[in-house]
Ligand binder design. Structure first.
Ligand SMILES: Cc1ncc(COP(=O)(O)O)c(C=O)c1O
Length: 170
């Protein structure tokens, strides 16, 4: 964890211990509000588009839970998506009868965009989910191109960018 983050967290916990959680939040209101402004600027979006979560798995599952899946809906994903995300898809399969389809990989690794496009047409997925930078391989998936393929379609597009935000320029 970066030192400034550690210090900010320690200072805030100390303040909460001294004056209480609500009072500490009120005392730091300006900084807390600035968080949404700064994060929105960083992600090229608007503050009202940001929903903060404590961890990536929680964020991903919260986003997933907002999609009204029905029996027969399809999730199109890749073979390199984060394991917790894939487990969540398997739960949706068990609970709602959702089908999970994976786009093929290229021989050298990374998702095959031609196969992705073919499966988008074939399955008309309700959700397309791609991990931008999978945990430990150095692979960078073409999430922007996949987003362009999804844009004209009636589907949700969920990108796990927890290893890329702040690490690669976009
Ligand atoms: C690509 C990816 N997604 C999600 C996670 C889960 O992150 P968290 O521990 O914040 O839930 C990780 C953790 O390494 C990850 O690499």
């Amino acid at each position: 964890m970066p030192q400034p983050v550690l210090e900010a967290m320690q200072n805030h916990l100390q303040l909460e211990a001294e004056i209480g959680g609500y009072e500490a939040a009120a005392a730091r209101k300006e900084e807390l509000d600035a968080f949404y402004q700064q994060l929105a600027a960083f992600l090229h979006t608007q503050p009202h588009q940001i929903a903060y979560a404590h961890q990536a798995t929680q964020a991903f599952n919260t986003a997933l839970s907002s999609i009204p899946f029905r029996d027969g809906d399809v999730i199109l994903t890749t073979y390199d998506d984060y394991v917790s995300n894939q487990i969540a898809f398997m739960q949706l399969k068990t609970r709602f009868g959702v089908a999970i389809q994976h786009a093929a990989n290229l021989p050298g690794g990374g998702v095959d965009l031609e196969d992705f496009e073919r499966k988008l047409r074939q399955y008309a997925p309700k959700l397309v989910a791609v991990t931008h930078i999978p945990t430990n391989s150095g692979l960078i998936q073409p999430v922007e191109t996949i987003g362009q393929l999804c844009a004209p379609l009636d589907c949700w597009y969920l990108v796990d960018a927890c290893q890329s935000a702040g690490q690669v320029a976009y």
